[in-house]
Write a protein that binds this ligand. Structure first.
Ligand SMILES: CC(C)(COP(=O)(O)OP(=O)(O)OC[C@H]1O[C@@H](n2cnc3c(N)ncnc32)[C@H](O)[C@@H]1OP(=O)(O)O)[C@@H](O)C(=O)NCCC(=O)NCCS
Length: 217
């Protein structure tokens, strides 16, 4: 009985610790290198370029959810707010250092799970002027480092259409490997196309994190 109570207290402490980690990220989280920085996006960051980019067929071609509805300032605001309020996702804004129009993209971390220690990751550079300069790769690397080293996650996954060559190259260069392919699963406009699930595993994952959960189970 006492043992059970102790284990329950330990579990509550762990959940509280995870909650604090997730709250902390919204307040002061900043990932930075010499060219770009990432921080949680807020509604004040919304620009016409962001909204227009999400409606550009060349940009949203492989973005399943975005392309299903015309995007407006209001729909983008709802999306940002839902991520700000979420305890298991982070919507980063990607900003260029020393650019008069710094906001060029987003990195979305979703489904953060502190039981399995995994999360999903997606990226969109809505500003085509920022394509082909390595900013996406830098952002993926910085986000991956944060999720592995600061949040202590074990596994990251990303779903990509096989035809989206830029995204396939990006995740391969970012240290992700192909886990499996999904033939015919996802609709892409007027056909069903092959999807690839990419994954990255944290080589330095702290296995002792599993101990408290194991004893509880
Ligand atoms: C997918 C996407 C993020 C890739 O962006 P990107 O700018 O091509 O990616 P990178 O930042 O890694 O840039 C790579 C390119 O920059 C070049 N580059 C220039 N300087 C570089 C540097 N210092 N480091 C790395 N690459 C550099 C590379 O050679 C490469 O060029 P290439 O495509 O002609 O071979 C972007 O195309 C996009 O947002 N698309 C729309 C949304 C989308 O499809 N998202 C993915 C859904 S899964």
């Amino acid at each position: 009985m006492i043992e059970q109570t102790v284990l329950e207290v330990l579990l509550i402490i762990q959940l509280a610790f995870n909650f604090i980690k997730m709250t902390f990220k919204n307040k002061s989280l900043l990932l930075k290198n010499d060219s770009v920085y990432l921080r949680p996006l807020c509604v004040e960051d919304i620009t016409d370029e962001y909204v227009d980019g999400l409606n550009d067929p060349e940009i949203n071609k492989y973005l399943l959810t975005v392309r299903q509805h015309h995007q407006t300032r209001e729909s983008v605001k709802i999306y940002i707010n839902s991520n700000s309020e979420s305890t298991n996702s982070i919507l980063f804004g990607l900003f260029l250092i020393e650019d008069p129009k710094p906001f060029v993209g987003t990195v979305h971390v979703s489904g953060i799970d502190f039981y399995h220690y995994f999360a999903g990751i997606g990226i969109c550079l809505f500003a085509k002027r920022a394509w082909g300069k390595g900013y996406a790769l830098q952002s993926i690397m910085m986000t991956k480092e944060y999720l592995f080293e600061s949040l202590g996650l074990h596994y990251l996954y990303a779903g990509v259409f096989a035809k989206n060559r830029k995204a396939v190259t990006l995740f391969k260069n970012g240290g992700f490997s192909e886990s499996y392919r999904m033939k015919d699963k996802y609709r892409h406009i007027d056909s069903f196309e092959e999807g690839i699930s990419f994954a990255a595993v944290n080589p330095s994952f702290d296995m002792s994190l599993l101990n408290s959960m194991n004893s509880y189970l």
